[in-house]
Write a protein that binds this ligand. Structure first.
Ligand code: SAM
Length: 284
């Protein structure tokens, strides 16, 4: 049975919950849930199970896209004197889940907002995929309709970051094919059932993964992780010759080299030497 160690001060507490394995609920999250006056939940049955796991019962109020406009002002009013916790069915609230307007309005009303971080499928998938993690771009769920999905993919084709996408089993293969069409056949990982019994990460190119899942849509919850675009091949100095020759008709060698170096992203010193060569001089 979890009981709060210290009385919590009134406000809004954003509480991350497990994405499968209940052992991932942090002690601090359990403490806040046990001490909450009310917990805003997506589905009371799901959160009741979590509360049972920590041996507590707290009042819950459903908070989801269909009732948020009506329920939000009530929750905001209660935060003045009560501890209001927000959870989603799994993972971190606000990440492809409701909550940002509640945080926005709580701040606007001057209430304390506290986060209790923890599991998030997007972050967990990045740790499994074996793809670069220094820059990543979270896309959430792509549109279900083919045209809108292709447009959303085209929008991020030039983004120099690993892409993270939430997807469902039945749509997985079509999604992977659309990604291959829109991005090129990049390396990717399909991560599935993270922290659960059948957790797996299958890696390959987008097209091989699309083929693998075409006839056998996988069960369970899925995150697709896609490698960033390959870096452009470094430009050879000769590729800038035409531009340099043109610049030399207008400018002295050092200025021409500077202008072209900036435009082409190539080394200024090397371009200067090239410019002198073109003019028949040589570098001292
Ligand atoms: N707020 C959650 C979070 O922090 O990850 C995400 C909620 S979103 C409505 C649900 C989606 O997250 C699922 O459709 C799936 O794409 C992904 N997801 C959630 N749990 C997962 C798990 N255990 N393994 C893989 N993907 C998961």
């Amino acid at each position: 049975m979890t009981t709060p160690v210290n009385p919590l001060t009134p406000g809004l507490y954003i509480v991350a919950t497990p994405i499968g394995n209940l052992g991932d609920l942090s002690p601090r999250a359990a403490e806040v849930l046990a001490g909450a006056d009310v917990i805003a939940v997506e589905d009371t049955r799901v959160t009741a199970g979590l509360l049972r796991h920590i041996g507590t019962k707290r009042p819950m109020t459903p908070y989801h896209d269909h009732n948020a406009e009506h329920v939000r002002p009530q929750l905001i009013a209660r935060m003045a004197s009560e501890v209001v916790a927000l959870v989603s069915d799994a993972g971190t609230p606000l990440i492809s889940d409701p909550g940002y307007k509640l945080v926005r309005d709580a701040r606007a009303a001057g209430h304390q907002v506290v986060t209790i971080p923890g599991p998030c499928a997007a972050i967990a998938a990045l740790t499994l995929a074996g793809l670069p993690t220094d820059r990543f771009f979270f896309l959430g769920f792509l549109p279900a309709k083919e045209q809108a999905r292709a447009a959303a993919i085209a929008e991020v084709a030039a983004v120099r970051a690993t892409l993270v996408i939430y997807e469902s089993g039945p749509r997985l293969s079509a999604c992977l094919s659309a990604l291959a069409d829109g991005l090129g056949d990049r390396e990717a990982a399909v991560t599935r059932e993270i922290t659960k019994k059948f957790e797996e990460a299958v890696t390959g190119t987008l097209s091989t993964l699309a083929a693998r899942y075409a006839d056998a849509p996988p069960r369970g919850e899925i995150v697709v992780v896609v490698a960033p675009p390959a870096p452009p091949a470094p430009m050879a100095i000769e590729d800038a010759d035409a531009a340099l020759a043109e610049a030399l008709t207008r400018l002295p060698a050092s200025k021409a080299a500077g202008e072209v170096a900036k435009a082409f992203g190539v080394d200024r010193k090397a371009l200067y030497a090239r410019a002198l060569e073109m003019k028949g001089d040589s570098v001292a």
